[in-house]
Each structure stands twice: as C-alpha cells, then as structure tokens.
Design a protein. Structure first.
Length: 169
C-alpha cells in the first residue's frame, strides 16, 4: 500500500499530534506566565497579583526602554509607553488563544510575533543576554508547534474539523 493511501486525514500521526500538543502548550504556558508575572509583586506566599502591580511594572518597563535604549530616537515616547502598558494583556490573550488551539496556525504566528516583539525590546537594551536563551527558545518552539499544526487534532481546531468530517460522512 502506498503512503498516499494513509494520509493524515484517515490515519492521524499520533507522534506529530502529541508533538503539536506539547509544543503548543509550552508556548501558551510561557506566554501566560509572562503575562501573569506582569501583575505580580513579591515572591512566594507573599506574592500579590493585581492591576496596581501591573501599572507599577509597566511604568518601570516604559522607563527602562525610554532611558536605556535607542528606541526614543525612532519612536515617540507615547508609542513606547503604549507597548509597555499593553504587552501584559497581549501575552495573556495570545497565551489563552494558543492554549485553546483555535485558528492554531494564526495563533502560533501571533505567538511568534509576540516573542519577536519581546526580543526586539530586549535587543534594544544594552544588556540583552536574555535574548538568545529565553526569546530564542520561545521562537524555536513556536516554529516546531507551527510545523506540526496540521496534525493538531488535539486542539479546538482539530476537534471542530473532526466533527465537521463526521457530519459530512
């Protein structure tokens, strides 16, 4: 029997489906935890999470980007401020979107762009040691999730596709 008789439509590749699930959930978890961290103050049991903490952290991020990078030469301070104040919500939104697996390829593309924007912000700072390790790994794993997205029947997309196929059969 040829390989064409057993395409991904009739014989799902469990290895690629599980690879997609694990990498997609890693990307989602990384984004969600980075977003939640923007709302945190303190450590351990004494940690608090609220909007006041978010404002404090994002004000510090905006100040750091304005005072210690070349960005003010190219971007108005209002753009830097808007980015710094919106990134936490973007991280949470994209993280949930990727975790659900709705429009998986588009959500993973958005995740890659989110990691890329974080990388750009870090690269603009004088000390960009986190860039290769944290952001680079995030982009590589996002790429791996994207390459296996067609096999993601363990996502909301895959479940909806399966129901559509069953209804058409």
């Amino acid at each position: 029997m040829s390989d064409k008789s057993c395409s991904s439509h009739c014989c799902p590749r469990l290895d690629l489906a599980f690879a997609n699930l694990i990498t997609r959930l890693w990307v989602a978890l990384r984004l969600l935890m980075a977003g939640v961290d923007k709302f945190r103050s303190g450590d351990g049991a004494a940690a608090t999470f609220n909007v006041s903490n978010y404002e404090t952290k994002t004000n510090l991020i905006a100040k750091l980007m304005t005072d210690n990078s070349f960005l003010p030469a190219f971007l108005p301070p209002a753009a830097i401020d808007a980015y710094a104040h919106g990134i936490g919500y973007a991280l949470l939104f994209v993280g949930v979107w990727v975790a659900l697996g709705l429009y998986s390829e588009l959500s993973l593309f958005a995740a890659g762009l989110t990691f890329l924007s974080l990388g750009f912000g870090l690269a603009a700072l004088p000390d960009d040691t986190e860039l290769g390790v944290n952001i680079g790994i995030g982009i590589i794993i996002t790429y791996l999730a994207l390459t296996t997205a067609k096999h993601g029947f363990l996502s909301l997309d895959g479940i909806l596709r399966g129901k559509k196929k069953a209804a058409n059969a």
